[in-house]
Design a binder for this molecule. Structure first.
Ligand code: FE2
Length: 203
């Protein structure tokens, strides 16, 4: 049951100039690794706990570090080198995800505007999400606090709004980070998750 740090699917500097190699290196090897280590410690302690009280006392650590591990594992796959670098980052191709974005937001530009406004409003640390509402199967924008994983929706795109995700490059200007990140969003990965969440392509 030991959790491990998943390797990045690209080089640390592959998302430049939108996300610096320095941020990616620290974010992956230090921050994400810390969540993995603390989750393993909490799970080991939980396995050894012999009373309900001991198990309850571990729940906050399991949620925080387990959420951190889940969210970051999703986030790395959620990103890709930009099209200027020969990657597929920022490129939304024709397909079911593009159709769903048009149906809910009119255009990708409108989605980005709404997502960034909602996400910039997070107080403190958290995550911005584009997810599928399991009842309506439609796309919705939502946020979670701290490292809470998204449980109300199936995640399609998640953006880390902790200062460790942008501060070294963007300082306090969160909105510049939010505008930049869309150049490296892996819409192919997002579409895969969207199709899974909606029960198959609507072709
Ligand atoms: Fe993070």
């Amino acid at each position: 049951m030991s959790n491990t740090l998943p390797p990045l699917p690209y080089d640390y500097n592959a998302l430049e100039p939108y996300i610096s190699g320095e941020i990616m290196t620290l974010h992956h090897t230090k921050h994400h690794q810390t969540y993995v280590n603390a989750l393993n410690a909490a799970e080991a302690a939980y396995a050894k706990a012999s009373t309900p009280k001991e198990r309850i006392a571990l729940q906050a650590a399991l949620k925080f570090n387990g959420g951190g591990h889940i969210n970051h594992s999703l986030f790395w796959k959620n990103l890709a080198p930009s099209s200027e670098k020969g990657g597929n980052g920022g490129v939304l191709k024709e397909g079911p995800l593009k159709e769903a974005i048009k149906a809910s937001y009119g255009s990708l530009d409108n989605l980005i505007k709404e997502f960034n406004t909602t996400t910039a409003g997070i107080q403190g640390s958290g995550w911005g999400w584009l997810g599928v509402n399991p009842s309506t199967k439609r796309l919705e924008i939502t946020t979670t606090a701290n490292q809470d994983p998204l449980l109300t929706h199936a995640p399609v795109i998640g953006v880390d709004i902790w200062e460790h995700a942008f501060y070294l490059q963007y300082k306090n200007v969160k909105v510049d980070y939010l505008n930049a990140i869309w150049h490296v969003i892996n819409f192919d990965e997002a579409e895969k998750r969207f199709v899974e969440a909606t029960g198959g392509s609507k072709l």
